[in-house]
Design a protein around this ligand. Structure first.
Ligand SMILES: [Zn+2]
Length: 381
């Protein structure tokens, strides 16, 4: 018998005669306090690969579920941003920033550390499992106390309410042109190594605080913040939340998406969510590196950019990564402006269009030596 159930949540309308609906699909035993995994796609609504992976995940989970193979609760939100997915402009979907206020849909989630700390300060004890349950309860209560103001705030609130008590949270995204990479809390490493290994991540970027509170961090960071706040009690990093960048915007194929979905399910099987013998994950492609060590290749001059390096390539300090060309420059030698890497690393993402504007990030290289201090914004706009 199928365990699948579908819930629809209507966001309060922002415009007359317009309401949007968030669809939430649940599989597995509905027992409070059991294992829970939460996976969403399309928070940046113009990032297509996640939707295709969801399509394949649902097909696989339906098949596994029909055989009684879903052992933990698995919650899917296949299209997490019904606001952004309706934002068409000039014949293109623009789903990263909210048209109404310009805010990135994956930034500025509420930090509820203080609200949760107040509720748990007299309830924590010597058992990590008990503390985990207490903190999840308090996290839920603190969320209920919030009163979101507008439609986007309601959306963020509902997504967090669906994910806050999960053991695993995967937020599926993509970059412009990129190799598969994963963002995860430093406190979750190396425990999260099986995730990067199963996904075949070329780069894993670690930060306990990126400075801008994306969705994954809103779910996971509270655990190490509370561990710091209550050193006398064991508080484990109980939520493995990660942002998974499924390569580039145009990297869509059934073969690749089906493999990604399959790998996510093998990761979940290893974590006890799916029945069957656990298989060891493949070898990790590259050791994780600090998010603060990502070098952003920028230009000081405008022009068109010609990349000399591909996503996935190893870069040596001083190598030319790209040239910015301006045919209007009079001096022939200066028509090409060369952009060099400052440090050794692995180029994992680059922009999709070929126009360079001073200050704009054109490519990202994962290095080993931190380039930014704690508290600085480590992510892009
Ligand atoms: Zn994204």
């Amino acid at each position: 018998m199928s365990t699948r159930c579908v819930e629809e949540y209507r966001l309060p309308a922002a415009s007359m005669a317009n309401t949007r609906t968030l669809r939430i699909i649940r599989y597995g035993p509905d027992v409070g306090g059991g294992k829970k995994a939460y996976i969403q796609a399309g928070l940046h609504a113009d990032e297509a690969p996640g939707y295709l992976v969801m399509h394949h995940l649902i097909a696989e989970l339906d098949r596994i579920d029909a055989q009684g193979g879903v052992q933990g609760e698995v919650v899917l939100v296949p299209a997490a941003n019904p606001i952004g997915v309706a934002q068409w402009r000039d014949d293109g979907l623009q789903g990263r920033f909210n048209f109404s206020d310009g805010i990135n849909f994956n930034r500025s989630y509420p930090d509820l550390t203080d609200a949760v700390a107040r509720r748990v300060q007299d309830r924590l004890g010597p058992e990590a499992a008990d503390n985990t349950a207490t903190i999840r309860w308090a996290f839920g209560e603190a969320l209920e106390d919030l009163t979101p103001e507008d439609e986007a705030a309601h959306l963020k609130h509902r997504l967090l309410a669906c994910a806050h008590d999960a053991d695993i949270v995967l937020d599926l995204h993509c970059d412009h042109q990129a190799a598969l990479h994963v963002y995860v809390g430093e406190s979750l490493w190396p425990a999260a190594q099986d995730l990067s290994a199963w996904l075949g991540a070329v780069v894993t970027l670690l930060a306990d605080d990126s400075g801008v509170t994306p969705f994954d961090e809103a779910c996971s960071r509270i655990w190490w913040r509370l561990a710091e706040r209550f050193p006398q009690h064991p508080v484990p990093p109980a939520c493995l939340a990660a942002t998974v960048e499924l390569r580039g915007m145009a990297d869509l194929s059934h073969a690749v998406a089906a493999k990604d979905a399959h790998n996510i399910l093998r990761f979940l099987a290893g974590r006890g969510f799916i029945a069957g013998p656990a298989t060891a994950p493949p070898e990790l492609k590259n050791e994780a590196t600090p998010l603060a060590a990502v070098e952003h290749i920028k230009t000081a001059v405008p022009g068109v950019v010609v990349f000399l390096k591909e996503p996935g390539e190893i870069i040596t300090a001083g190598e030319v990564v790209a040239e910015v060309i301006n045919p209007l420059r009079s001096n022939g030698a200066r028509r090409a402006h060369r952009l060099r890497a400052a440090a050794d690393g692995l180029l994992f993402a680059r922009s999709a269009d070929r126009f360079a504007r001073p200050g704009r990030i054109l490519a990202k290289i994962a290095g080993r030596r931190p380039l930014k201090a704690a508290g600085e914004n480590l992510l892009t706009l």
